[in-house]
Design a protein around this ligand. Structure first.
Ligand code: DAH
Length: 340
């Protein structure tokens, strides 16, 4: 039997080890190959490294160098094979230079967006933001707002009562009373919030919905301020060409009362311009002196105006949504259209 040099023996071992690694079909076979060649106690390459000490001094450096090279080549092959086994065939076919998929981001609900946009405009016009409780008393929800309890709105068929005198507010108007009780004029607030009604869930009604209340009270506030401010809001929201119309209406807490309509000018993608129909956007009016007296202000000294609008309706008009329910069903395919 002819003597093979330690270097030749190492190269033969390298070839054998690489073959064993390449043939390892799963993680445990691969671990077997690692132990057989690089294992601390039984590994055949490790054994050669350990035996260096008893080798003639002149052979030691070359054999040591080769043994270390083989050890690192086999070590790399083991790692590459482990990665390939883990990723299946993907490791070789996937283009790792492609840009990564971005993280999934949530977005603001379209009704929240409408509230934020409306609030931004009124904030620029000098308003503050106010809020009140969703469970409130008949006094705040009706009586203080000059609405007698035999009014149809106060009927159990329309309003959700928790007890005889406590209810889920049917509009945000009670925030007018609570704000006037808590502060002295001048008052300029908007108050967004949930309101509740005994309504059947359909394309235009939900039993819980958002409203935004607005209230201005000061000395010398006139009908001109009322119309001018709301027209300014509409032009800032829908564009400078928007027309605004005040239609006489009735609310117990305002006198005179109006329903406010806007007519928008839409620019089509091809550049042509088109006017919409008149769209109702809110109820509003000059605050009834009886309401001002109910909070202890002097109705001879203070006047004001108020409005209530539905941001869901405004979001429907803005996005051309025809069924209110789609806003509440939380189908991400629908909602993600509104996130930027
Ligand atoms: N509270 C009324 C409603 O829910 C809306 C409303 C009308 C609010 C006129 C007002 C107002 O502040 O002045 O139908």
């Amino acid at each position: 039997m002819s003597e093979t040099s330690p270097i030749d023996a190492l190269r033969a071992l390298e070839a054998e080890a690489l073959e064993a690694v390449a043939e390892a079909a799963d993680a445990s076979a691969l671990e077997g190959a690692r132990i057989a060649y690089l294992g601390r106690s039984e590994g055949r390459i490790s054994a050669i490294l350990r035996g260096l000490g008893s080798m003639p001094a002149e052979e030691r450096p070359a054999v040591g160098q080769e043994a270390n090279r083989v050890k690192s080549v086999v070590g790399e092959a083991l790692e590459a094979r482990a990665a390939a086994l883990q990723g299946g065939s993907a490791a070789s076919s996937e283009d790792l230079t492609l840009p990564a998929r971005g993280p999934w981001k949530g977005g603001l609900h379209p009704i929240t967006q409408a509230i934020d946009e409306i609030w931004d405009i009124f904030r620029d016009l000098g308003f503050s933001r106010a809020r009140g409780p969703e469970a409130d008393s008949v006094w705040y929800n009706f009586e203080a707002l000059n609405t007698p309890l035999d009014h149809p709105a106060a009927d159990e068929q329309d309003t959700l009562y928790l007890t005889d005198s406590v209810l889920l507010r049917s509009h945000t108007s009670p925030v007018q009373i609570r704000t006037m009780e808590a502060y002295e004029p001048p008052i300029r607030i908007v108050a967004p919030g949930w309101v509740y009604r005994r309504d059947t869930y359909d394309a235009t009604h939900t039993p819980a919905f958002m409203q935004i209340e607005g209230l201005v009270i000061d000395e010398g506030v006139t009908f001109v301020d009322f119309k001018g401010t709301l027209a300014e809001f509409a032009r800032r929201y829908w564009g400078p060409d928007t027309e605004v119309r005040f239609r006489p209406s009735f609310f117990p807490f305002t006198e005179p009362s109006a329903e406010v309509d806007v007519k928008r000018v839409i620019t089509r993608p091809d550049g042509t311009r088109e006017e919409t129909d008149w769209l109702e956007i809110m109820g509003a009016g000059m605050v009834d002196p009886a309401v001002i007296a109910n909070v202890g202000y002097d109705p001879e000294r203070y006047t004001g105006w108020a409005f209530g609008m539905g941001p869901a309706r405004i979001a429907m008009l803005k996005h051309g949504v025809s069924d209110l329910r789609t806003f509440f069903e939380n189908d991400v395919r629908f909602l993600s259209q509104f996130s930027s």
